[in-house]
Design a protein around this ligand. Structure first.
Ligand code: UP5
Ligand code: MG
Length: 189
């Protein structure tokens, strides 16, 4: 079974994780957050990439694609092996730059069925009070926003020109945003 993939992108704190969780509750998707996978790998005992991931995340820089893609690929394969019905994926927070996109194209044969972009001012400083994330502070956040504008926006624009991106105003309440996301998924499958 070939995986079906929707990329969910948006700036730091736009609500990618929040909306993906709601999609999972309502549709047969599996949510894979590239950031969550990297944070888990950073903490995994015996990981050779722990320190590298740690420093990239604190600096708001994009981790080398080989690492991210192998985590995503493993997670997708494991999910599909465990349950054949689970072949639809929301890939949250990836691809973030040209290099990521190239890595995906090489390994996954360019498979991407849809793109959703959430547009919003970020909410990470508020979340930082309780998230425990090493990058939810003003200094890291400024870098994360800069990386998003410099590296991620251009690839979204590229796909926008091909008419593949659906954009949602994520500055409203979780439910209001989700109503729009739902309309999109119902319309486009
Ligand atoms: N919240 C959410 N929606 C709300 C709403 N509508 N109204 C009010 N509050 C709302 O939400 C953020 C906060 O806002 C939460 O407190 C939530 O309750 C509230 P969340 O859903 O967590 O937003 P999200 O967009 O997922 O924010 P996140 O911080 O996860 O986005 P980032 O893109 O910054 O983080 P990510 O984990 O994707 O990446 C972190 C770092 O990992 C990157 O900077 C990079 O260094 C590295 N990385 C890579 O190198 N490569 C990758 O491929 C991926 C990550
Ligand atoms: Mg997230």
């Amino acid at each position: 079974m070939k995986p079906q993939v929707v990329f969910v992108l948006g700036g730091p704190g736009a609500g990618k994780g929040t909306q993906c969780a709601k999609i999972v509750e309502n549709y047969g998707y599996t949510h894979l957050s590239a950031g969550d996978l990297l944070r888990a790998e950073r903490c995994r005992e015996g990981s050779e990439y722990g320190q590298l991931i740690d420093s990239f995340i604190k600096e708001g820089k994009i981790v080398p694609v080989e690492i991210t893609i192998s985590l995503l690929k493993n997670a997708m394969e494991e999910t599909m092996q465990n349950d054949q019905e689970k072949f639809r994926f929301l890939i949250d927070g990836f691809p973030r730059n040209q290099d990521n996109l190239q890595g995906w194209t090489n390994v996954m044969e360019g498979k991407a069925d849809g793109w959703v972009e959430l547009v919003c001012v970020d909410r990470c400083l508020e979340r930082g009070k309780s998230s425990g994330r090493t990058d939810d502070n003003r200094e890291s956040l400024e870098k994360r926003i800069q990386t998003y504008l410099q590296s991620t926006r251009p690839i979204i624009e590229q796909y926008q020109q091909q008419g593949k991106v659906r954009t949602v105003d994520a500055s409203r309440s979780v439910e209001e945003v989700f109503a729009d996301v739902k309309r999109l998924l119902d319309k486009e499958g």
